[in-house]
Design a protein around this ligand. Structure first.
Ligand SMILES: CC(C)(COP(=O)(O)OP(=O)(O)OC[C@H]1O[C@@H](n2cnc3c(N)ncnc32)[C@H](O)[C@@H]1OP(=O)(O)O)[C@@H](O)C(=O)NCCC(=O)NCCS
Length: 406
């Protein structure tokens, strides 16, 4: 089978989107086509052709990802699919190799993606960089520990207002939390587009703003699904976004959501791994908070990635990084870093820690420590105390969090 890879032209967009949707077992709607096209980067698309037939797809968004201490140019890998007729013949592998070379040529030290299945991307050097949690709570058993009055106010808003307010709050949060991609206005519009096809029988989105002294400092979105079985109100509220700039606003938004009438359950997907809600209620177990894998990151340029972030405490460590998929990315590097900056240079010194490029991505944003990776048999400590030194360097104040799906 002779497969050719190339970017698509604008008039091939529909075939591209149809093939990609077919890979996911979905028929793309006209509305989705239009919305998807608005933020599509044609020059970063890769389509696989079997003769004239488009059988595989991937694309990338040019983005900035917050790391502990600064933004780094990152390829936001998206729309990965191979037609059901052409699976397990190496088409994905060929596209991934091409894409990672293109990302390097763009000068981006990182690529990041959401995986439909955790088993797919490890072979291409991606590591699990952020976790996230799901809430599935009994609303009538949720008692908030701190019942202090909120000094601000919560109000419902129109979508247009949220489109002005949310990006500013989100952007300020990006400067204090790793794992958050910068989000363009077009992506925000898609975020709140709220087509009927994505509601799953629930209501249209409600938009919520929290403000203190007249200034917005938090926002949320939610849908409701009513249930009147046996005449008893047993609805569900599903929280989409919920973000705030201070603890009062954050708590007020959660309390508002849990206070909505005619509701039995409160659900939310994609909460940060260190979700404060767990510590706001008297019965955390009843939130049924479950962690799972979220953003996968691929480091393409170890020195640029490691010099691009800051470190919690000053230290120095030699890392021996193996990369079976991209030989040019691997090597041995001395990292010297602290709160004010870092250098990372190739070295021939003996290593302190040995690990794969995947493992480096797992530790990179601060979600998972080197000691945990060593306990899992993934990182080898050659120098006593190196796990401790590296652990203290890479630690972050807050868990990284990627609230945006792409
Ligand atoms: C996932 C998908 C893109 C793989 O495409 P593909 O062309 O069949 O992949 P390849 O033939 O290049 O497979 C490469 C390797 O990955 C493995 N692999 C591929 N998909 C896998 C999956 N879903 N689960 C586990 N392993 C998988 C293959 O077995 C193969 O392993 P090997 O190298 O040991 O033989 C394709 O199955 C698909 O479109 N799935 C549905 C949509 C989807 O999930 N897309 C990913 C979105 S993030």
């Amino acid at each position: 089978m002779d497969i050719q890879l190339r970017p698509i032209a604008p008039d091939e967009f529909e075939a591209f989107a149809r093939a990609d949707s077919a890979a996911f077992g979905h028929h793309v709607t006209a509305e989705e086509l239009e919305r998807y096209r608005r933020t599509f980067e044609f020059d970063r698309s890769i389509a696989a052709f079997d003769g004239a037939e488009l059988v595989g797809a991937t694309g990338a968004l040019t983005m900035q990802l917050s790391t502990p201490g600064g933004d780094l140019p990152t390829a936001g890998v998206t729309a990965v699919g191979v037609m059901p007729t052409h699976r397990r013949r190496g088409i994905l592998t060929t596209m991934m190799r091409q894409q990672l070379h293109d990302v390097r040529d763009h000068g981006e030290p990182l690529a990041a993606l959401w995986a439909s299945e955790g088993s797919i991307y490890g072979r291409f050097g991606y590591g699990l960089s952020t976790l996230h949690g799901r809430v599935d709570a009994d609303r009538d058993r949720a008692v908030f520990v701190n019942q202090d009055d909120d000094h601000g106010r919560v109000r419902l808003a129109e979508k247009d207002e949220l489109l002005r307010v949310a990006p500013e709050i989100y952007e300020r949060q990006r400067s204090v939390r790793a794992g958050m991609p910068a989000w363009s206005q077009g992506l925000w519009e898609n975020e709140f587009a709220d087509p009927e096809s994505e509601r799953g029988g629930a209501s249209a989105l409600f938009f919520v703003i929290h403000e203190t002294a007249g200034s917005p400092d938090g926002y949320a979105t939610y849908r409701t699904r009513s249930d009147w079985s046996e005449g008893i109100a047993s609805g569900t509220v599903n929280v989409g976004a919920l973000m705030a700039e201070n603890a009062d606003a954050y708590r007020a938004l959660w309390r508002f959501v849990f206070g909505i009438d005619l509701i039995k359950r409160v659900e939310s997907w994609g909460r940060p791994a260190d979700e404060p809600l767990l510590h706001m209620v008297t019965e955390p177990r009843r939130l049924r908070f479950r962690l799972s894998d979220a953003l996968y990151v691929r480091i393409l340029d170890v020195p640029a990635a490691l010099e691009g972030r800051r470190y919690r405490s000053a230290g120095s460590v030699v890392l021996d990084v193996r990369d079976p998929f991209l030989a040019w990315a691997e090597g041995r590097f001395r990292l010297e870093g602290g709160p004010d900056g870092a250098t990372c240079r190739p070295t021939t010194e003996e290593p302190d820690l040995r690990l794969s490029i995947n493992d480096l991505a797992v530790a990179y944003l601060g979600q998972t420590g080197f000691a945990a990776l060593a306990a899992a048999g993934r990182v080898i400590e050659d120098t006593p105390n190196a796990l401790e030194v590296a652990g203290r360097m890479f630690a972050t104040k807050q868990a990284p969090w990627c609230p945006m799906l792409f």
